[in-house]
Write a protein that binds this ligand. Sequence first.
Ligand code: GDP
Length: 481
Amino acid sequence: MLGKLTGWEDTIVALATPPGVGAIGVIRVSGPDAIRLVAALWPAKDLLQQESHTLHVGVLKEGEEALDEVVVSLFRAPRSYTGEHVVEISCHGSAFVLERVIGAILHQGARLAKAGEFTQRAFLNGKLDLAQAEAVADLISSQTAAAARTALHTVRGGFSRALRDLRERLISFSALIELELDFSQEDVEFADRTQLYHLIDEAAVTTAALLQSFRLGNVIRNGVAVAIVGKPNAGKSTLLNTLLQEDRAIVSEIAGTTRDTVEETLNIDGILFRLIDTAGIRQHTTDVIEQIGVGRSLEKMEQADVVIYLFDVGEEGFEEVCKMHTELRAKGKTFLLVGNKVDVGDRDSGVAGGAGVATAGVAGTTGAATATAVQVRFPEEVLISAKEEWGIDVLKQRLVDLVLKGEAADGTMVTNARHFEALRKVDEALRTIRKGLDEMLPGDLLSLDIRHCLHFLGEITGEITSEDRLDYIFSKFCIGK
Ligand code: GDP
């Protein structure tokens, strides 16, 4: 199916820019008749005779009625986004004008495109694989630099390349096995077992790295849910306000939003952090925790990717903080212990403003004693003053570090839950294959397991694997029979 034109009979049209008034609105037409339909509205020049990848300025007319002066871009099949003839018409961005132009193209015989149909056609015509096509949607909806970068990397084939490597390894593995089968009578050994183990282990490493990237990929796409929890008066709402200082202006500019209904978000180094249950923090009374780690705050932690446990270094004893640490560890949560109010009582003892992170120099007060004790036990500790805004940059950096931990160097990342599930099955299948090797399974059974594995990989990119495997066998091994 891939690589061939789909042979769709119909030509589709849609507005490619957002509806409403803009300087320019772009209408896209794709299909076998795309050029002919627009040419029928273009009396001044014969568009049908024009080269691919050319621009034309002129007036679109329906009968005697001038619709708009436009710029038309021509792309002839298969050198276009969809792989079909494509015409893009840049009109003046009036909703009325755009509607009239689309209407005129419909009158010529096009039909309105369905959601995602241009990209769907691009996929079916082999212009993009499934993973790339899905990333187009992610790119369009990306809200931060990191999300856009990851999506673009996938659109440009970064993820697909990683999968292709994986597939090629498996296919060559399977080719070796099948060769063995073919020549089993003659006692020829093509596939030495060590080499096979090696291939499977390499594939497993690639899969593991891709699976690992999902946590990061997913947060980059959807934002990291952060819960700030702690006892009453620990300084949660003060910290929230300090963190949100810059973003607040942006939020209040949006008409009709109130701070309680809008989820508070924070963009640090291009990563979106979603501060959850901020209304709970603001309402204060609903946030009471009688004992550490009970009730509402536990519930809140369940939903969070990262938990900030905030405590008052002067009030909360070391034992209490340790208990919380153990509890968070047990829950398998990613968390930060943040000691607050390091400004209290030790302004003269070395916690200089600005640096904000207390060191051993804070010894001498109750608060400082706790802070020091915690720091000795938990070197990753962050100490701040939410009120004086000390240590806030360090806290932000720690949040980013937690997220970026384990980022793949080449920027390939799994951001899609469907891909993640398929990769998990690939991983399982690889284990089965390895077990099969351990148990000296016959080649035909091994090759069945490999087919499984290739099937799951193919699910991601939408490729058909069996033909490819045959092609690969014949191209790599000129057996000549
Ligand atoms: P919450 O109940 O956890 O939301 O705590 P609040 O943010 O309402 O803070 C409780 C009290 O602690 C308020 O009087 C704050 O001004 C004070 N507070 C918060 N952070 C700091 C800090 O870093 N230093 C000092 N000295 N006081 C703070």
